[in-house]
Design a protein around this ligand. Structure first.
Ligand SMILES: C[S@@+](CC[C@H](N)C(=O)[O-])C[C@H]1O[C@@H](n2cnc3c(N)ncnc32)[C@H](O)[C@@H]1O
Length: 279
């Protein structure tokens, strides 16, 4: 499959998600789930209804230490949740540019901005591998759960580097692998799933360094939460070897073998927030 075909698949998937308001990772838009990945009650209550689509893996805005008047570019901005949080921090003198390649997501984000009367937030249609933003524009680039979906990950980091001003900061939250996913699972994962295309953690960090970033460091890392197995409402995606397909099941419905497989797979995935600076 070519890069363009992969992007088309992802775009079609997110067009559907935009219209049916569901999450990419089998998660949910509930306050509790969003709090688990780092959002506060105030974050969740302070944005237009529908902006939090439960599509993130962390809260890059919380860790980006934004200052008044800064310009922030959000790569793969979805419904605009992180853009609206960032908008409050940079104030009226600051500016937020959200970039997303799915027109339906852009429409949703634009409508959310209108509802919330955000004058300092702009959404642009475009690919994060070819950002529609001029060189040396941003003080900060944020990115939440998007790199895995991009077929050319190095290009995304190169573009982030180009668009940042000197001394600009990169702040990303993503899922990475601690061990390779079994090939048969990889083949059948939904193109919009947050682990489809996930990189090994070391390679992820090495790619950021390779394009020129300095001070690359992991600010937060979350591993598999064993409480998940005790949550009767939690759902997981399980590979069914008989049908060769991924099925969504409640954790409480899994048999012993499926539970073991779930735990093994989840232990190989970690959620990280990484910061880096442009020299
Ligand atoms: C998992 S969602 C994350 C949305 C948002 N960052 C959040 O945390 O709510 C991924 C978003 O990235 C967009 N996307 C995926 N690949 C992209 C690419 N190559 N270029 C631009 N946008 C992309 C999708 O359209 C989708 O809106």
């Amino acid at each position: 499959m070519t890069e363009e075909e992969k992007r088309r698949e992802v775009r079609q998937g997110y067009a559907k998600i935009a219209s049916r308001q569901s999450s990419c990772c089998g998660g949910s838009t509930s306050y509790e789930e969003s709090k688990k990945i780092g959002y506060s009650q105030a974050d969740l209550e302070g944005v237009p209804e529908g902006a939090n689509m439960g599509l993130g893996c962390g809260n890059p805005v919380a860790l980006a230490s934004l200052k008044e008047g800064e310009t922030v570019v959000d790569l793969g901005s979805g419904g605009g949740f992180d853009c609206f949080l960032a908008a409050k921090k940079v104030g009226q003198k600051g500016k937020i540019i959200g970039v997303d390649m799915t027109p339906e997501m852009l429409d949703k984000a634009t409508e959310n901005a209108r509802k919330g009367k955000y004058a300092n937030v702009e959404f642009r249609l475009g690919e994060i591998e070819n950002l529609p933003v001029a060189d040396n524009t941003a003080d900060v680039i944020i990115l939440n759960c998007v790199i895995n979906l991009a077929p050319n990950k190095k290009k995304v980091f190169q573009e982030a580097f180009r668009v940042l001003k000197p001394k600009g900061r990169l702040m990303v939250s993503d899922l990475v692998l601690l061990k390779e996913l079994p090939k048969k699972i990889n083949k059948v994962l939904d193109p919009t799933s947050c682990v489809t295309g996930a990189m090994m953690k070391d390679k992820y960090l090495a790619t950021i360094r390779a394009v020129g970033f300095e001070n690359v460091r992991i600010d937060e890392e979350k591993h598999y939460d064993p409480d998940l197995a005790d949550d009767p409402d939690a759902t997981v995606q399980i590979f069914n070897a008989k049908t060769n397909a991924i099925e969504t099941k409640k954790v409480s419905e899994l048999d012993k073998k499926e539970r073991q497989r779930m735990e093994e797979t989840l232990k190989g995935i970690s959620s990280i927030s990484v910061s880096a600076t442009k020299p």
